[in-house]
Structures are given as structure tokens and as C-alpha cells.
Design a protein around this ligand. Structure first.
Ligand SMILES: *Cc1c(COP(=O)(O)O)cnc(C)c1O
Length: 373
């Protein structure tokens, strides 16, 4: 047994000397925040890395998402998924709009694009899908629907840093995409986030929103908030960006080991790889069908916890089931999401997770099932 517990993820840290070297510049420049030199450098490096024309940085991904929703004037109803992190649904509700939950596709866990159109009413103003686990939504179909009904299309790409399809970065789809750079994500700035977008028209409202509506003066042109990324966070991003490709490659190897160790087990399934999609291997979700696997997802999670392995149920409960929304939404409207939420367990995955730990975790799962040979 390993000496330390294994959690679902572990923050990536650059060599400390590299961070200190970046921090020294901050001491010299005496600019700690407000779009200083580190912020500007990271913003352009990220646009390049993500292959997008424009990126605006934020204090965190959640505020970036609220900014996209509010600055684009989204009101009324927003079609979205309940199979996501709290942030997606909260951002819609906190912006004064009403989430309308669409069911998900069981193979990729993203919004089922074929079910979106039937949920559109004259109050619908936007679609907010999530690239869950870095799996790409059906971006073409969603764009078609958005165009047909003149809806905003805002992607929650918090899980999808570095994902591309046929060489096109995921941040190029829809009107706007939000990335999270939280400590636990594939790429981190401690806390941080970004919006990427094609239209130059969004740059000013986004900049304004994150700094009290004040762009270049004491007057305020909009009722903005404070959501600026500070220089220390940007410095961490500059360092971490140097290692992100290597980190995704390590994640790939670990994911493939999980796949081969757990292949062919009755009642245990994975998400399917998507054609043409370069994945970032941000999570390793497995799905337990208790009837055939022989144990429930929660029994497996408990067996792992007994061996000091802390897998997580991303995403259970559905956001539509949150106590905060009691009585407002019916889980029965998204039956596929309801089943997936009961079956999913995301296994530990981070760049420096030892391969031997993956093997040990798989052994525990196999023993639990009673299917090990
Ligand atoms: C992490 C996450 C967010 C929020 O990002 P923060 O940077 O933590 O504010 C939003 N949506 C999803 C799906 C996430 O996983």
C-alpha cells in the first residue's frame, strides 16, 4: 500500500525556481494586478496555445462564464445540461435566467444535441452546453440550431483545455467558450479562467465586465464586477503552460493503462473515443451497471476508500437535484443523465500518478466485482 492517500486529482506545480524567477519580475514591475505584463504575456501565449483569435483572462472560470452570459445579454430560458459541475447551472441562475435541462448522450455524457430543438420556446435566448470530461459536444449540430433560432451558443469548456478536432482548437466553437484554470484542472493558474471568442466586438464588454465597467477612466460604462486575473496567477500560468503538453501525454498513458486493465469486465464501461478529436485526458470516468457488474458504484467507491483511494462521483447529484433548487426541476425530464449520475465514478488521474497506482486501483475494482481471475 502506498504511504499517501490517492485523490482523484493533484494540482500540477512547475519547478519552484521557475516560479520564483517569474515572481522576481513582479517585484521589479510593482504591478500586482490590473492587466500587468504577466497577464498580457499569458493572454497571448494562451491564444496561441489554444489556437484562438482572442482570449480574455479572469479570476476564475465561474466568473468568466457569468461574464459571457451577462455581457451577451442572455435572458429568459437557457438550454443546458444538468450533468455538470455546480458552476454551469449557478452561472445561468445567478445571471437571472432560467435553466431548461436537456438530456445527455450516454456515450459521451455531453448534451444530446438531437433533444435541444424540442426544448426551444420564444423565451429561449441561449444554449450553454458543457464539453464534459473534455468530450466534444456535437458542435456542428448545436451551431446549426443556434443559427436557425438566433440563439447565443456559449460552451463551458472548463474540462477541455487543449482539446481539438481535426486541428481546430475547442475554443473556436460557438460564440464564446469558457476555460477554467482552477488548481485541479489540466492547466492551472492556481485560480483562473478565460473566455475565447471570434468576434472582436466582445473584447471591450468582457474587459469592462471584469473591472467594474471601467475601461480607461473613472467613469463606468456598465455595471461590471471585479473578476481580474492577478499577476501571481498569470505567472503560475506562464510556468505551467511550458509543461502542459508533457502532462497531457502522461495522462494519455495512464488512461490507456486503465483502459487495458479494465477492458472486458462485465458491467463496466468507458466513454468512447471521438473520431478526429485530440483528447486532453482530463478525467477517467467509468460507469458501473450494478446488475451485471455485481456491485453498485457506491460499493466500488467504498472499497477504494478502504484502500485510501478517493475516486469522485463526477457528476452526482445532477445540478437539477441540488438542495438549492429544491422543487424547481424534475430529474425525470433527463432520464439518461439520471442513470449516468448513478453509475459514474471518476478514477484518480493526474500527470504524476504512478503507473503502479493505476494497477493497484484496477486490482481493487476487479476484486470488488468478483470477476478477477
Ligand atoms: C471547474 C469547472 C467550472 C468552474 O471553474 P472555476 O475556475 O473553478 O471557477 C465550471 N464548469 C465546469 C464543468 C468545471 O469543471
Amino acid at each position: 500500500m502506498s504511504l499517501e492517500p490517492t485523490y482523484v486529482t493533484r494540482p500540477a506545480l512547475p519547478p519552484i525556481e521557475e516560479y520564483i524567477s517569474e515572481i522576481r519580475d513582479i517585484w521589479s514591475a510593482r504591478m500586482l494586478t490590473n492587466a500587468g505584463p504577466k497577464h498580457q504575456q499569458l493572454s497571448s501565449s494562451l491564444s496561441e496555445y489554444l489556437g484562438v483569435p482572442r482570449a480574455s483572462l479572469f479570476a476564475n472560470g465561474h466568473l468568466a462564464l457569468e461574464c459571457a452570459i451577462q455581457a451577451l445579454g442572455v435572458t429568459g430560458e437557457v438550454i443546458t445540461t444538468p450533468f455538470t459541475f455546480a458552476s454551469t447551472t449557478h452561472a445561468i441562475v445567478r445571471s437571472g435566467a432560467t435553466p431548461v435541462f436537456c438530456d445527455i448522450d450516454p456515450d459521451s455524457c455531453v448534451i444530446d444535441a438531437e433533444k435541444v430543438e424540442s426544448l426551444i420556446t420564444e423565451r429561449t435566448s441561449a444554449i450553454v452546453p458543457v464539453h464534459v470530461y473534455g468530450n466534444l459536444c456535437d458542435v456542428d449540430r448545436l451551431q446549426q440550431i443556434a443559427d436557425k433560432y438566433d440563439l447565443r451558443l456559449i460552451f463551458d469548456a472548463a474540462h477541455a483545455f487543449g482539446v481539438s478536432r481535426d486541428g481546430v482548437g475547442v475554443g473556436n466553437f460557438g460564440d464564446v467558450s469558457m476555460f477554467s484554470f482552477h488548481a485541479t484542472k489540466v492547466f492551472n493558474t492556481i485560480e483562473g479562467g478565460a473566455l475565447t471568442y471570434q468576434s472582436a466586438d466582445f473584447e471591450r464588454p468582457f474587459t469592462s465586465w471584469r473591472q467594474f465597467g471601467q475601461v480607461g477612466g473613472e467613469n463606468a460604462e456598465s455595471v461590471g464586477t471585479n473578476a481580474k486575473m492577478n499577476e501571481f496567477a498569470a505567472a503560475m500560468g506562464i510556468c505551467n503552460l511550458r509543461y502542459v503538453d508533457q502532462s497531457i501525454e502522461l495522462r494519455r498513458r495512464l488512461s490507456e493503462r486503465y483502459q487495458s486493465n479494465l477492458a472486458g469486465i462485465d458491467g463496466l464501461t468507458f466513454n468512447r473515443p471521438q473520431a478526429g478529436v485530440h483528447s486532453n485526458y482530463s478525467y477517467f470516468p467509468v460507469f458501473f451497471d450494478a446488475d451485471t457488474f455485481g456491485r453498485t458504484r457506491d460499493e466500488v467507491a467504498l472499497a477504494l476508500a478502504h484502500q485510501d483511494v478517493y475516486a469522485r462521483r463526477y457528476f452526482h447529484p445532477l445540478t437539477s437535484e441540488f438542495a438549492a433548487y429544491k422543487g424547481r426541476f424534475a430529474v425525470s425530464e433527463t432520464p439518461v443523465a439520471a442513470v449516468v449520475a448513478e453509475r459514474v465514478l471518476t478514477l484518480p488521474l493526474y500527470a504524476d500518478l504512478p503507473m503502479a497506482e493505476v494497477d493497484r486501483i484496477c486490482d481493487i475494482i476487479l476484486k470488488t466485482s468478483g470477476q478477477s481471475t
